[in-house]
Write a protein that binds this ligand. Structure first.
Ligand code: MG
Length: 445
């Protein structure tokens, strides 16, 4: 009897558990129905890369994500100028099969599942591929909800996105003239460089005390640079006054003590920020800068791993975080960076660049619009043909970027037009970031 009673009790418990599970399932389905207003569950049907030179020499990689709902798709940016073909192959061969069939609503879950899939996370190529998917999923979520992405992120905290422009010239006069062009257009923030990458510190080819039969190209001299740049800023202040918010990019070319020295010497010119004084390997030296002057520091466009940026932000040794959205994995990590910045009193200054594409810029602008941790956005502009190829590309008519207010990212890609401009393989011998000193040794970026 006793045993029979036990069996009956066990069966009853099993039935109760089954009923409970069924009820929970029904509850989940009900919740899901409520959440999606009765829309059917959506899955990722197909993911593929689209490469285009954009009618120029761009090496853009876009990602298109088609869903199980016919006609509903999203696009994202996976561009990486230096490894474009590798990123496209990663998406096609490795990632698309991993992503297809997944629930499109679970953006954060897919993001982490993808990052952990490789075991060795935050790989730079993976970050780009992931960014392509991530932006497309936010695009789809927005289209589904009938809202721009910034609304999904909490809604606008500003009406448009303040941007900074790039002024360059061969002399202080040319640079200040270039700054004025932006001020006249309505910009308040301008980056002032003199002579391009490493400019202000370059000894002309063949000039200076050279090693016989040695390196004869343009050579970087950090003492010369640290003398030239404060004089440039002084010149701009004298000519244009105190109102312009000045930015300068050092491109990490200085040794640590010289970086501290430059920041100190720039203090009287009240910079909006000085960017990339030091490379990611030497971020501890930012503490030394903070001890000697109040020049604001920006850093982050080379960062690919949270291990690099979290200490910079939480220990408040930088003032602006300059991530490129597509380099760190898309909107999902970018909004987390923005929230971390807001919490610790650091501001964002998301990076753009001549190689960057309009989808990445649109994604950055959506995060900027909804972020209280925002500081400034680097601007970007493209020829008319690109606006035709990517309708909805944000415009910057007066120093402020405006996104298309359509649901999602508000930007589309004319696939047929994109395919008319195949990407050549320009980067095999390209050496854009190599700078050498007068003895022929490398100066790291
Ligand atoms: Mg920079």
């Amino acid at each position: 009897m006793k045993r029979r009673g036990f069996l009956e009790g066990f069966a009853a418990a099993q039935a109760a558990a089954a009923a409970q599970a069924q009820a929970a399932q029904a509850q989940t389905a009900q919740t899901y129905e409520r959440k999606t207003r009765g829309l059917s569950r959506l899955t990722i049907k197909r993911v593929y890369p689209i490469m285009t030179a954009g009618g120029s020499r761009y090496t853009w990689v876009f990602v298109k994500v088609e869903t199980s709902e016919p006609g509903l798709y999203g696009i994202g940016s996976a561009s990486n100028h230096h490894q474009a073909f590798t990123v496209a192959a990663s998406i096609e061969k490795h990632m698309a099969p991993f992503w297809e069939g997944r629930d499109i609503d679970r953006v954060d879950d897919i993001w982490f599942a993808t990052n952990y899939r490789n075991y060795r996370r935050s790989d730079t190529v993976l970050n780009n591929a992931l960014s392509g998917l991530d932006m497309a999923l936010w695009d789809i979520k927005g289209k589904r909800a009938g809202m721009p992405v910034y609304d999904l992120l909490g809604g606008k905290v500003r009406d448009a996105v303040p941007c900074y422009g790039h002024a360059d010239g061969r002399s202080p006069d040319e640079v200040s003239d270039g700054v004025k062009v932006f001020l006249d257009k309505g910009y308040r923030h301008v980056r002032a460089q003199m002579g391009g990458y490493g400019g202000g510190g370059m000894v002309a080819p063949g000039q200076g005390k050279r090693i016989p039969n040695g390196f004869a190209g343009p050579a970087f001299d950090e003492e010369m640079y640290v003398e030239a740049i404060p004089k440039l800023m002084e010149h701009i202040r004298v000519k244009l006054g105190k109102d312009v918010k000045l930015i300068h990019d050092v491109h990490e070319h200085l040794s640590p003590t010289m970086a501290v020295e430059l920041a100190r010497r720039l203090e009287p010119y009240r910079m909006f920020y000085v960017e990339d004084l030091l490379p990611p390997e030497l971020i501890q030296w930012y503490r030394n800068i903070k001890q000697v002057c109040s020049t604001p520091i920006a850093m982050g466009e080379i960062f690919t791993n949270p291990q690099e940026w979290v200490p910079c932000i939480t220990e408040r040794i930088i003032d602006f975080a300059r991530h490129r959205v597509s380099t760190i994995g898309g909107i999902t990590p970018a909004r987390k960076v923005a929230i971390l910045c807001e919490t610790f009193g650091v501001r964002t200054a998301f990076q753009e660049g001549g190689d960057n594409d309009p989808v990445n810029f649109a994604a950055a602008c959506h995060v900027d619009l909804a972020s209280s941790g925002f500081g400034i956005q680097e601007d970007n502009r493209w020829p008319e043909l690109v606006h035709e190829m990517l309708p909805g590309t944000p415009k910057i008519p007066d120093g402020f970027a405006y996104v298309n207010e359509a649901p999602g990212l508000g930007i589309d890609l004319n696939e047929a037009m994109a395919r008319k401009y195949p990407v050549a393989n320009p980067s095999g011998r390209e050496d854009g970031f190599t700078v050498r000193a007068i003895d022929g040794s490398l100066v790291r970026p």
